[in-house]
Design a protein around this ligand. Structure first.
Ligand SMILES: [Zn+2]
Length: 185
């Protein structure tokens, strides 16, 4: 195949068989190579295409912009514990002062005192608050948490995700992203 397309460009949004994104956080995206492979292996349907052609001697193909799995995959109910998802749970705000500048991660019980890197022990904190708290617990330095450190549900992250949509959304994806729809029962 002679293809002049950057590997990072033109990712495909991957939908489950029910036409909802396979995952939101992170948004399920495949490289165009993986998307084409899945098309050839007959694992996905093409829902929408980019206006970009790839050629080989025997065929011509539009790169898929949205694909849907042919077989439904049960979505995981527990969001992955990732840095992004911790920030999303905490709405990209320092959990002590509300600042959005220079966000870092703070261990409530410091690691030096056996604190673990878990949903319940990690919060977003601006670097000033993190410095001030240093190697202490919030109580020891008289700092108050705005919220509480908890393991969020997918619904919790959806709710906050609508406030912070990703930067780059292809127009063909928008029909399948429910940022504006109330998903909570
Ligand atoms: Zn702060």
């Amino acid at each position: 195949m002679t293809i002049a397309v950057s590997p990072d460009a033109h990712p495909a949004l991957v939908l489950n068989a029910d036409y909802r994104p396979l995952s939101y956080f992170p948004l399920s995206l495949w490289s165009w190579q993986d998307a084409l492979k899945a098309v050839f292996l007959d694992r996905v349907n093409i829902v929408s295409e980019y206006d970009v052609l790839v050629h080989s001697p025997s065929f011509e193909f539009h790169l898929p912009s949205v694909v849907s799995l042919k077989t439904f995959v049960r979505p995981s109910r527990q969001p992955a514990f990732t840095r992004f998802n911790v920030f999303l749970r905490d709405r990209f705000e320092c959990q002590y002062c509300g600042s959005r500048d220079e966000l870092t991660f703070d261990h409530l019980l410091p690691r030096s005192k056996g604190g673990q890197t878990t949903w319940e022990n990690v919060v977003a904190a601006c670097s000033a608050c993190n410095l001030r708290k240093a190697d202490k617990t919030p109580a020891e330095v008289g700092m108050q948490l705005n919220g509480r450190a908890f393991a969020p549900t997918v619904h919790d992250l959806h709710r906050n995700g609508r406030l912070f949509p990703p930067n780059h959304l292809h127009e063909s994806w928008l029909d399948f992203l429910y940022w504006d729809v109330e998903l909570d029962p």
